[in-house]
Every structure is written in C-alpha cells, then in structure tokens.
Ligand binder design. Structure first.
Ligand SMILES: Cc1cc2nc3c(=O)[nH]c(=O)nc-3n(C[C@H](O)[C@H](O)[C@H](O)COP(=O)(O)OP(=O)(O)OC[C@H]3O[C@@H](n4cnc5c(N)ncnc54)[C@H](O)[C@@H]3O)c2cc1C
Length: 424
C-alpha cells in the first residue's frame, strides 16, 4: 500500500507539472474511461473538483451537472448591489472546463442521487451511472421558518440575494428605485450560514451607494446573533468612520417572518418596517443532498480525509452543504479547498491508493467595506487524526490590521485567482 501511494503521488505530481506547463488534460473521449465520477453542482466546490480530477488523472471521466449556463460568483456580488460592479463582472463561462480539461458539462438539474443504484437522475430524463459521485449543491433555505417568504409572492418581493444571480440584479433594482430617506433592512439568520461576513459587507456596499445617491437614507441591520459574527471590530470601525450614523446595528434581533404588504420584518418581540427588505432566511444543505443530511436535520457529515458521506459509501459531499468542523466558515475559499482535497482522494481511491493522511485547508475571506477599501480574515485548518476532524492551527492566519486600498486590490485578485482555479 505504501509503495502504491508513493507511485500515485509521483503520477499526480507529474500531472500537476504538465498542467502547470500549460498541457491541459485531453478531452474525455480521447482516453478510454477507467472510471466515471459524476459531480452535482458547478459552484466553488464542484467546479474545482471537476477540474482537479481531470488534471490528476485524465483516464477518469468526469460529468459535471449544473443547471445554470454560466457560473455567477457570490464573492464580489455585494459590489453589484453597491453599483461598483456589473453582473457581467461576476459571471464566468464553463467552456474551459469542457474544452481544456475534457469535463462533460451537462446543463440540467439533478433530481435524485441514488446511492443504492449508483446513479444520478436528471430532471431532463437522463440517468448517469457513476463509480463515485460528488455532491456540491451549496445551500437551500428553510422557508418553513419564515412562512410568508416561501410563498410565490414572498419569493418575488422579499429577496435574499444569497445565491448570486437573478436575485442580485433584482435587489439592485429595488435599491435603485428606493426613495431618498428610505430604510434598507437586512436581516441575518443565526449561525451557521453561508459566508459569515457577507451580510456586514453588504451593509457597507448599500451604504456606499446611499452616500452617493440617496444621502438621507439608512441601512438597518437586524442580526439574530448576539454580535457581528466575523471581523466585528473592523466592520464596526468601517461603519462609524466611513458611514457615520447611516448604518444602524441591532444584535439579538431574530426574524421569524415578514409581512409582504406592509414591508415589515417580524422579530420575536417587535415589528420593523422598511422600504427595501433584504431577508436572509436560515439555511440547510442543498435539497439535492437531503439523503445525506446527518446533523441537526440541516447539514452533511463527512470523513475529512475523503469527503465521503458518513451514511452513503461512494457519495462525497463538499462546500456549504457540510456540517462544518470547529471554526470552519462556509466560504468559497473553503469549498475550493474541499474540492481539491476531495479530487485528490477520489483519484487515489479509484487507483487503489490511500488518500492523503494530513490534508490542510486555507481560508482567506476579504470584505469590501467601500468601493476600494477592504479587510480580511484568514485561517489554516489541519486534519486532527485523534478527533478525526479539521482544526484551526493556533497562531496561523488572523485579521488585517486596518482597512486599506491594498487589501481592496488583493480582494479582487483573490476572486480572479479562485475563479481561474475552479473553472480553468
Ligand atoms: C453575498 C455573498 C458574498 C460572499 N463572499 C465571499 C467571499 O468574499 N469569499 C468567500 O470565500 N466566500 C464568499 N461567499 C460564500 C461562497 O459563495 C460560498 O461559500 C460558496 O459558493 C460555496 O460553494 P459551494 O460549491 O458549496 O456552493 P455554490 O458555489 O453555491 O455552488 C452550488 C452549485 O450547485 C448547483 N446546484 C444546486 N442544486 C443542484 C442540483 N439539484 N443539480 C445540479 N446542480 C445543482 C447550483 O446551481 C450552484 O451552481 C459569499 C456568499 C455570498 C452570498
């Protein structure tokens, strides 16, 4: 086994070197398929896994199932709300995954992942057999906890914009149409939710737009948590230094429903009216991952060496659908790292070799507090064999000392690099 693993790592290293030298994997049809991996979801986790499996072993056929024609990034999407980026700026094609890496990209929705039969059924009628399946569908919302938001009218008028795409563009329109002197209300669910700093960054972006275009307006943050959940001191400094009294923060303010007609957020003890409501409901693993949910009826637990589900052999789960390890955020940085570790493990398992016994993940999460200024938090997470979990490495990473323009440039570079890493 030891020798097998060394040989595998050598082969993997050679493939990485070839890819780095610009030699992309050949198209799937050019090499006899030794095994097939189906990947459900072409976001940060799934697209990364697809690309890396093909780079590591071009003899493995990879089919990526993704309903959207193009990849739309959540990171930087708050800048669309601020009017500093367009939807085009945060949209990338899937063409390189197909053309350069030989991934078969199927634009359809997986209606079921059947671990017993080893197949993924698509809404369009096709059935895909797999040797291993990777499920990276992101998150879905628990509308049952906010009934009015789940109605057709609620979904159209009270937006979350917590999956970048049509809702991002629609929320920008609502903000643009708001009167000067109006109130933008953003409601944040209890942790854990996708991208802990994201709502606070959004508050900054909307305030930056109001400063320019509607200076009598306000941003009201209703947070179900007891305090700002990420980069708290840095965000609070930005709110007071950049936006004066324009941003108002209310902790321990859990939304339980909305009144669509009167544009009211219903909290446990009081009601708050606004002109534009941006309510982010509580979240769970993507619906397509429902059979693999094992924690609190919401999230999927996995073996952190392989990302294989604790309840379904041959099924791997990545990204935001996971039950997180201690202090691990639900972020694109993390999903990208899960994708690479899982790709390496799946190639090893399909080659009869052992997966890496000491995986490490890095997280860097930038937040744009204006059009040019940013802050960041970073962490390193290492496998702990005793606890069979990932643990943050003490002293590694940390917070930026202050907001500045250099951080703003690095934030854009981070996004460009991560898109290239995932999509080729
Ligand atoms: C406003 C905002 C800002 C953010 N900023 C940052 C940031 O600066 N840095 C950072 O690291 N993270 C950031 N994030 C978090 C980041 O976007 C997520 O953590 C990341 O997208 C998770 O990757 P994923 O692969 O799990 O899910 P996703 O990237 O959401 O991908 C899931 C994919 O699965 C597809 N899918 C779903 N169901 C099915 C199905 N049944 N069949 C086929 N496909 C399906 C979806 O269409 C989607 O493309 C931000 C999030 C938000 C909302």
């Amino acid at each position: 086994m030891r020798q097998g693993r060394r040989q595998f790592l050598k082969a993997a290293g050679a493939t990485f070197a070839a890819a780095a030298a610009g030699c992309a994997a050949p198209p799937a049809s050019a090499v006899a398929e030794k095994a097939r991996v189906v990947i459900v979801g072409g976001g940060y986790g799934g697209a990364t896994a697809a690309r890396y499996i093909r780079m590591l072993d071009p003899a493995i056929g990879v089919v990526l199932v993704e309903p959207d024609a193009q990849f739309v990034s959540c990171p930087l999407s708050n800048l669309v709300l601020g009017g500093f980026r367009s939807m085009d700026d945060i949209t990338r094609p899937y063409t390189a995954l197909a053309k350069r890496f030989g991934v078969r990209v199927v634009h359809d929705r997986a209606s079921a992942v059947d671990a017993t039969r080893g197949e993924v059924r698509l809404a369009g009628g096709e059935t895909l057999k797999y040797d291993r399946v990777i499920v990276s569908g992101g998150i879905d919302f628990m509308f049952g906890e906010m009934p009015a938001m789940g109605t057709p009218e609620g979904r159209e008028r009270v937006l979350h914009a917590w999956k970048a795409g049509p809702q991002t563009a629609a929320l920008r329109k609502q903000i643009e149409a708001m009167r000067d002197g109006g109130v933008f209300v953003i409601s944040i669910p209890e942790m854990p939710y996708r991208c802990p700093p994201g709502p606070y960054e959004r508050a900054c972006q909307v305030a930056a737009y109001f400063q320019r275009a509607k200076p009598r307006s306000k941003v009201l943050i209703l947070d179900a948590n007891g305090d700002v959940t990420s980069k708290g001191a840095l965000f609070k400094k930005a709110w007071s230094e950049l936006y004066g009294g324009m941003i108002e923060y209310h902790p321990n303010s859990k939304a339980v429903d909305v009144d669509i007609a009167t544009r009211t957020v219903k909290l446990e003890l009081e009601d708050v009216k606004g002109d534009v409501l941006n309510v982010i409901p509580p979240m769970k693993a993507a619906n397509v991952a429902n059979p693999f949910i094992t924690a609190n009826g919401r999230w999927c637990e996995v073996d952190w060496l392989t990302y294989e589900s604790k309840v379904a052999p041959g099924v791997h789960v990545l990204g935001d659908s996971l039950q997180i390890a201690p202090v691990m955020p639900k972020s694109a940085s993390m999903a990208n790292g899960h994708g690479k570790t899982c790709a390496h493990a799946v190639v090893a398992l399909l080659s009869g070799a052992a997966p890496n016994e000491a995986p490490t993940l890095l997280n860097t999460c930038y937040s744009m507090v204006s059009d040019t200024l940013a802050i960041h938090v970073a962490s390193v997470h290492k496998y702990d064999p005793a606890g069979r979990t990932m643990r943050a490495v003490p002293g590694a990473g940390g917070l930026s000392a202050e907001m500045n323009e250099r951080e703003g440039l690095l934030a854009t570079n981070w996004a460009l690099n991560t898109w290239a890493d995932a999509l080729g």
